[in-house]
Write a protein that binds this ligand. Structure first.
Ligand SMILES: N[C@@H](CCC(=O)N[C@@H](CS)C(=O)NCC(=O)O)C(=O)O
Length: 205
């Protein structure tokens, strides 16, 4: 059976799990990372020398890098749905997948500062700089989503998965955000998806 290593509160693990759920796949998830350890064991490092999560194993095939895992699952089980068959549509979806790391970089000091750092140890300037940068980055998505239902157009694809996971953090951390009507409407649409609610939109920790 498909196996995915990674703790459920990791934004990158969520991407792999959400894709598996959208595709209706059966999988076994193994806790790994941060408080669960595992990632520095010799056995794990043979699969993933980065000591990071997620890692996927599919019938002897091992893969790491969350966006590659999403692409792999989508290509194997969602050709023509999650994985667009038209080259340009696929490139568009992949572009948004790669761009998700731009959001992640901007949000990291905000998320770590407010969610994983005790108040007395926080760096308010780093948090505020991250907040401003994240808002700037979100304006790109806001403009692009005008007239669209999902990031690549009318259909939900793999392109929505990584950015959707990053957006959940942006929407749920306790910060001030400007109105972003298109982004908010897209987030609401994602929240209608059972797999998003089950895997992604869980309390931040
Ligand atoms: N680019 C990698 C990054 C993986 C990554 O940074 N994972 C984090 C969790 S989001 C991690 O493993 N942190 C250390 C840990 O959990 O022990 C991917 O997308 O898979």
């Amino acid at each position: 059976m498909l196996k995915i290593w990674g703790r459920t509160n990791s934004v990158n693990v969520k991407k792999a799990l959400w894709a598996a759920e959208e595709l209706g796949l059966e999988y076994e998830r193994v806790d790994a990372g941060l408080q669960f350890g595992v990632t520095k064991t010799a056995e794990y490092m043979k699969m993933n020398p980065n000591s990071l999560v997620p890692t996927l194993e599919d019938d002897g095939f091992v893969l790491w890098e969350s966006h590659s895992i999403v692409r792999y699952l989508a290509a194997k089980h969602g050709m023509g749905t999650l994985y667009p068959t038209n080259l340009r549509s696929r490139a568009d979806a992949e572009r948004w997948m790669d761009w998700a790391f731009t959001v992640q970089t901007a949000m990291r000091p905000v998320f770590w500062g407010l969610i994983r750092t005790p108040p007395e140890k926080r760096d308010p300037k780093a948090i505020e700089d991250g907040r401003l940068r994240s808002i700037e980055v979100m304006q790109v998505l806001e403009k692009s989503l005008a007239g669209k239902t999902y990031v690549t157009g009318a259909a939900f694809t793999m392109g929505d998965i990584p950015v959707g996971c990053e957006l959940q953090r942006f929407m749920r951390v306790p910060i001030e955000r400007p109105r972003l009507p298109n982004v908010e409407a897209w987030f609401d649409r994602l929240c209608e998806r059972p797999a998003f609610r089950k895997i992604v939109d869980i309390p931040l920790s």
